[in-house]
Design a protein around this ligand. Structure first.
Ligand code: 13P
Length: 261
């Protein structure tokens, strides 16, 4: 099913300090109008979330946490919980490959984080994807299958409504090696098939699936036109407000609403 609303997420990773983040938001809000057909989500570092939450116009952009811990509170030095992010963010990235591979997050951690996000009214954007080695060994679909099963084990059909899945092949992240349209189409199809197997055909149609990996303003429209792709998760090309706005424009088809000050 083609969703009416495209989702464009900018994952800034560990870039932009608080001052730069605030200037970015100011600049982006000047360039981008409110579009009813595009949900624009910004994922700054945790440090900037609170101040941006006071600055952002939620009719224009939403905020996502890049990471959080799955316990709600307690003796967990250095962590921030989904409970503490309630009311500050609307979305949270879960299972990004940098968290899986650099910070050794396990399927269990990811499963607990998906549940913690939902428990706290935050929509999880569950990132899954195979490494270059797994791709060359022909294991892409097995990896997607295992990562989905692992992350969604405790999630009911009703809760699944809150989940967004992002297909991010690890080999395409941060290196300009974007996946081919046929790679993305077949991966997204496999994801929906697995969701159908777990939750039924309706859920498989309804779930929103994004692509991420070296997306640029030049490639955005082609990915957005692929069957089953509901949006994009953008890293490097989201770091410049003007370049990111060019990607947002590609997702916007009509229904522009004058910006309210
Ligand atoms: P790049 O767009 O820089 O490849 O990063 C993708 C990504 O990891 C977004 O979460």
């Amino acid at each position: 099913m083609a969703h009416d609303k495209k989702i464009i997420v900018g994952n800034w990773k560990m870039n932009l300090d608080m001052h730069e983040a605030s200037l970015y938001l100011h600049k982006l809000s000047q360039i981008v109008k409110v579009h009813r057909d595009v949900e624009v989500i910004l994922a700054p570092t945790t440090l900037s979330l609170q101040s941006l939450s006071l600055q952002v116009n939620l009719r224009q952009f939403k905020l996502a946490a890049q990471n959080f811990y799955w316990r709600d509170r307690g003796y967990f030095t250095g962590e921030v919980s989904a409970t503490q992010l309630r009311g500050i963010v609307q979305y949270g990235l879960v299972g990004h490959s940098e968290r899986r591979h650099i910070f050794n997050e396990s399927d269990k951690d990811i499963r607990n984080k998906v549940a913690a996000a939902i428990r706290n009214g935050i929509r999880p954007i569950l990132c899954i994807g195979e490494t270059a080695w797994e791709k060359s060994s022909g294991e892409t679909f097995d990896v997607l299958h295992d990562q989905l099963i692992g992350a969604l084990a405790n999630i009911t059909s009703q809760e699944l409504d809150q989940v967004i899945v992002a297909y991010e092949p690890v080999w395409s992240i941060g290196n300009g090696q974007s996946a081919s349209p046929s790679d993305v189409t077949s991966a997204v199809k496999a994801i929906r098939k697995q969701i159908e197997h777990l939750y039924g055909a309706k859920a498989a149609e309804a779930i929103q699936v994004l692509y991420g990996g070296s997306v640029t303003p030049d490639s955005a429209a082609d990915y957005l036109a692929l069957p089953g792709v509901d949006g994009l998760l953008v890293g490097a090309a989201s770091l410049d407000a003007y370049i990111f706005s060019e990607i947002i424009k590609k997702a916007h088809k009509g229904s522009e609403v004058a910006k309210e000050d």
